[in-house]
Design a protein around this ligand. Structure first.
Ligand code: 5GP
Length: 203
């Protein structure tokens, strides 16, 4: 059985990556990893969004090596638990991680084969507009997210794919197309080529 592929989706706050990844997980056969975090749940959030841990529990899991990657984002810990991700991949299921740039770089280092996808709004002014429109944010939070966003955009060049999220339907389609096209990459077809080589050897 073919192993599932590991996909990483990142982008600045306001790029729409949560909406895109949730839509794609609902509409196609991909497992969206649930992260652990020490931040408090927002209204309407439960264990379908995050595993909400105390800082103490999170630090214990770091020591146990339970995380595939983890990072501090806006003063809170966020991390991807290794076991469910590897289990799904072993079962042949593709896995999508929606994580920040620091975490993505750790995943890329550990799993050279992962597919790195970056999401951006169509322009910097649009990004600023979308960040400002998030009503829950104070001015201080807005500034913090803007500074982080600018840093993340510099890291975009290290990714494999770019999705420009002008409008959600198109962005969802773009991610599905990327996932569909992966099967054609030669690196996932080495075994198939090998069957040709073996057969030729036997004739
Ligand atoms: P939020 O608190 O708004 O849900 O997420 C804040 C940031 O943390 C987002 O950029 C999101 O992509 C990132 N994030 C969520 N889960 C993880 C994770 O497991 N690891 C890392 N490194 N970042 C994460």
């Amino acid at each position: 059985m073919k192993k599932g592929k590991l996909l990483v989706l990142s982008g600045p706050s306001g790029a729409g990556k949560s909406t895109i990844s949730q839509r794609v997980a609902q509409e196609s056969d991909i497992f969206l990893s649930i992260s652990a975090t020490t931040r408090k749940p927002r209204e309407g959030e439960d264990e379908n969004h995050y595993y909400f841990l105390t800082k103490e529990d999170f630090l214990t899991k770091i020591e146990e090596g339970a995380f595939l990657e983890y990072a501090q984002v806006y003063g809170q810990y966020y991390g991807t638990l290794r076991a469910p991700v590897l289990e799904m991949m072993e079962k042949g299921k593709n896995v999508l991680l929606e994580i920040d740039v620091q975490g993505s770089m750790q995943v890329k280092k550990a799993y050279d084969d992962c597919e790195m996808i970056f999401v951006l709004p169509p322009s910097l002014s649009e990004l600023k507009k979308r960040l400002a429109a998030r009503k829950s944010e104070t001015e201080q939070q807005y500034n913090l997210r803007m500074v982080k966003a600018l840093g993340e955009i510099e890291a975009a060049l290290q990714y494999d794919y770019l999705i420009i999220n002008e409008e959600i339907e198109s962005a969802v389609t773009q991610l599905k197309q990327i996932i569909d096209s992966l099967d054609k990459k030669m690196k996932y077809n080495r075994n198939f080529i090998q069957t040709y080589i073996e057969e030729e050897k036997q004739t």
